[in-house]
Design a binder for this molecule. Structure first.
Ligand SMILES: Cc1cc2nc3c(=O)[nH]c(=O)nc-3n(C[C@H](O)[C@H](O)[C@H](O)COP(=O)(O)O)c2cc1C
Length: 173
């Protein structure tokens, strides 16, 4: 069984998970821009991982737009965000990124990443500054919003190797 892990990662969190998964499964590992759909077609299991940006999984269209070409494959997608895993939020992420039909085919996982302001692109820095200003004008903040503000100052890494266990079990089953 040939397995490939593909990732798109802005600040390295999804890349770290992708490397751990590829290592555990002795799978090939590729960055999103270095692989074509034609090459993906030669694998039995395709694992795709990307950072979560405003509930969108970075680069996941490589999979969703080409799903008709990957019908006989096992497809796993993981998203890596800064937020803690909450059932409601994850359902929204799933519905935001996949149609109901696609959800039947794609095994979706959330692997908590982290946040490193210094590694963001200028555009993402600007977006985060706007969010910070908006939060600062609010009279009361939710615990999540307070947590979000705290992340701006200290790079935070929530990744844990054990988070990949469910994916490894699924692929090996
Ligand atoms: C503009 C922007 C939007 C973000 N939106 C979300 C989000 O909707 N949910 C979340 O959990 N994290 C969000 N994050 C945090 C990233 O998902 C988190 O840092 C992730 O681990 C990055 O993964 P990567 O380094 O592999 O790209 C956002 C970060 C930025 C800069």
């Amino acid at each position: 069984m040939k397995t490939i892990v593909v990732y798109k990662s802005k600040s390295g969190f999804s890349k770290k998970y992708a490397s751990w998964i590829a290592n555990e499964l002795s799978a090939d590992l590729f960055e999103h821009s270095n692989i074509t759909i034609k090459e993906l077609e030669s694998y039995d299991t395709i694992i795709y991982g990307g950072g979560l940006y405003a509930s969108g999984i970075n680069g996941v269209k490589l999979i969703t737009k080409n799903l008709h070409r990957l019908e006989d494959k096992r497809i796993v997608v993981f998203a890596s965000g800064a937020s803690p895993p909450r059932k409601d939020d994850l359902e929204k992420v799933e519905n935001n990124n996949f149609t109901k039909e696609q959800q039947k085919k794609i095994h979706f996982f959330y692997l908590r990443g982290g946040f490193d302001y210094n590694k963001l692109t200028p555009i993402d820095k600007l977006l985060m500054k706007l969010l910070k200003w908006r939060l600062k004008t609010k009279a009361t903040l939710t615990p999540d919003e307070k947590g979000m503000l705290a992340l701006y100052n200290i790079p935070t890494d929530f990744t844990k190797r054990k988070n990949i266990e469910e994916i490894i079990l699924l692929v090996n089953s």
